[in-house]
Structures are given as C-alpha cells and as structure tokens.
Write a protein that binds this ligand. Structure first.
Ligand code: ZN
Length: 157
C-alpha cells in the first residue's frame, strides 16, 4: 500500500466501516431507496423517517461492500440525522463537490472538517463511486416520495 492509499484508508474510515453507525433495518420508513455500485459491488439500502417539519428524525442503512462505501454511508447517516431535508440536500451537494475535487465552498466549516476524511478519494476515480453511493441513494430516497416536500405530508388529511 503506497502512502496516498494509506492516507485514503484513514483510521476514521476504518472505524466507520468496522463499526457502522445507524446500521440496521427500519420498520416504517417514510422514505427508502436501494443503491448499487456495479464497479465495486457495493450495496446500500437507506431508510429515512422524515417528520412533519421536514426534519430527518431517524436514518438507518444496511449494506455491504468496500470500506469506503460503508464508511461513507455511516458517516452520512451520522451527519444527516436531525437535519431538515433542505439542509441534507445542501450537505449532499457539498459532499459531491468535495469528493470530485471541486470547490466545496457550499459546505459549512464544521461539515467540511468532518467530511475531510473522504476528500482523499478525489484522486481515485473508481473510489469516488464508492464514496458517493450512499449519498446518491439518499437523493433517490428523498426524490422517490415528494409527498413530504415543503414539510407537510400530503396524506395527513
Ligand atoms: Zn467500493
């Protein structure tokens, strides 16, 4: 393993991949989506519980695959819990810029620091797909059911 790869597989990533946060199934999610990265074989299934105020009250994932994909999913769930959907979308956009080596100026300073462990993948195009899998799956989950857009579930009446 060369130095740049060693740097990529930082301790934080290994910790998240070995001890994933928010790992498991959710019984009655308001949103869910499956993600698959055929280049590496990574799988992620994401469950969300978005409350009436449009806030992500609970988030869980199941999955298997390389350390990067699972660590990224774990880190994402940890960071998105408690945020509004709008805040989540902003964070997702910033993350995608970060791992593609683009300007991630739309990220807040704290978020930028926490996500910095994933920034190293920008030098490894194959690994970018691994790192972004959970985040694209998150977007699918949110786009899949637009009923909660604007904060009020359409079925509440
Ligand atoms: Zn992978």
């Amino acid at each position: 393993m060369d130095d740049s790869l060693r740097e990529l597989y930082q301790e934080v990533i290994l910790d998240h991949s070995k001890h994933p946060r928010h790992f498991g199934k959710m019984e009655h999610p308001t949103h869910e989506a499956d993600g698959y990265n055929p280049l590496c074989g990574d799988k992620v299934k994401l469950y969300l519980n978005v409350d009436m105020d449009g806030r992500i009250a609970d988030i869980k994932f199941e999955g298997r695959g390389c350390a990067i994909s699972q660590a990224s999913a774990s880190l994402m769930t940890e960071m998105l819990e408690g945020r509004t959907v709008a805040e989540a979308e902003k964070l997702m956009g910033g993350f995608l810029h970060l791992v593609k080596g683009e300007d991630a100026g739309d990220l807040g300073e704290d978020d930028r620091e926490r996500l910095d462990v994933m920034a190293g993948v920008s030098a490894f195009p194959m690994r970018v797909k691994c790192a972004t899998l959970a985040w694209h799956t998150m977007k699918s989950a949110l786009d899949g059911k637009s009923a909660l857009e604007g904060g009020a579930p359409a079925k509440s009446e």
